[in-house]
Design a protein around this ligand. Structure first.
Ligand code: HEC
Ligand code: HEC
Length: 300
């Protein structure tokens, strides 16, 4: 009997040691990657000051690239993921107010943060969707920066970020793009895409508008990486998913958040932004979606 107890104690002890070693390794390996410092060649864009560019910049930031969805509608910063086992992530105050980065940021810093997900000191920004924003044309990016520099200052301190064990495991497994700087192409800059009702412009909007961020690179939908288990998956936007849509249905989905048959779309879908897209932008996106190869739900 004593022998069995002793064996059991050893087994339990072994498991505890294993868990501690595994946890430590997970923390150590992920932290080494998180601590990597990035050097990105400066790419200057000339920031416009005319009022038309500010209007364009606001449209890009609010209706297309949805910066306020994470950074707060006033761009003063917001907690946008608060699931400690996965992560607690706070999207920084972008304004010139106390606690914001606006006063200290140079134009080069803005470009580096938005397109490359890298802070002025070289740290990789966590979860900032630069895999989508790396596609922004110089002109749109410059207009957006001009607008962000003009927004009213907000005094709000940012809350420190933390990455929990599940977040670290998902990151190491490759299921969570925690450090977008690891995947962004830092060497080339996108060629501008002429603004038009065209497949090319639609593809541009799908990228810089974050459709690919939530609906997946191939737009086939599925679980949005890093979101809690009870969050709805994003829909399949390839013909296999919305092939039954007519153009008016697509307009209604993006403007009112309602799908054919009067079925409401979950509010995870950022209709508050897409409803502000112009008719031509929605048409271009629609043209593009019709050319996307059909894939099963969540398929690559
Ligand atoms: C999906 C959420 C999300 C969206 C959308 C988003 N960001 Fe971020 N952004 C973040 C997070 C989170 C951080 C902080 C990362 C960190 O602290 O490591 C961040 C950091 C930044 C920073 C760096 C601030 C600093 O601390 O130095 C800038 C600049 C920035 N974002 C600008 C933008 C702009 C401009 C847009 C829209 C084009 C945008 N972000 C859209 C999540 C987001
Ligand atoms: C923040 C994540 C997010 C972004 C960004 C996003 N979507 Fe969605 N979208 C969703 C989710 C989640 C659903 C599914 C909601 C549901 O099941 O009710 C959805 C549903 C939809 C639907 C309804 C399809 C159906 O099931 O009938 C359409 C259409 C759509 N999205 C288009 C777009 C387009 C176009 C863009 C880019 C301009 C976009 N979405 C950007 C999360 C997102």
């Amino acid at each position: 009997m004593k022998k069995i107890l002793r064996a059991a104690a050893w087994a339990v002890g072994g498991v505890v040691v294993l868990v501690i070693v595994a946890g430590g390794t997970l923390y150590f390996v992920s932290q080494r990657r998180l601590d990597h410092r990035w050097t990105v060649a400066a790419h200057s864009v000339s920031i416009p000051t005319d009022s038309l560019a500010l209007v364009r910049g606001k449209h890009m930031a609010v209706a297309i690239s949805k910066c306020g969805d994470c950074h707060g509608a006033d761009f003063g910063g917001a907690q946008f993921i608060d699931a400690p086992p996965v992560a607690r992530l706070y999207a920084t105050n972008l304004t010139r107010g106390n606690g914001g980065i606006g006063a200290a940021y140079t134009d080069l810093d803005w470009e580096r943060a938005i397109r490359h997900a890298v802070r002025p000191n070289g740290d990789g920004l966590l979860f900032m969707p630069s895999l989508e924003y790396e596609w922004l044309s110089d002109e749109d990016l410059a207009a957006m920066i001009a607008y962000l520099k003009s927004v009213p200052p907000v005094d709000r301190e940012s809350v420190p970020n933390s990455i929990g064990p599940i977040g670290r495991a998902l990151y190491l497994k490759g299921d969570l793009v925690l450090v977008p700087a690891e995947q962004v192409n830092h060497d080339t800059h996108p060629a501008p895409v002429p603004m038009a009702v065209s497949v090319e412009y639609g593809r541009y909007l799908a990228n810089v508008g974050g459709c690919t961020g939530c609906h997946g690179p191939g737009l086939s939908g599925g679980k949005i990486p890093g979101t809690p288990p009870d969050w709805k998956p994003a829909s399949n936007l390839t013909p296999a998913g919305i092939g039954h849509y007519a153009e008016e249905d697509f307009f209604r989905a993006l403007r009112e958040g309602i799908r054919p048959g009067n079925v409401p779309i979950d509010t995870l879908m950022p209709v508050r932004a897409t409803k502000q897209m112009t008719d031509d932008e929605i048409r271009a996106l629609w043209m593009y979606l019709k050319t996307v190869p059909s894939k099963p739900f969540g398929g690559r």
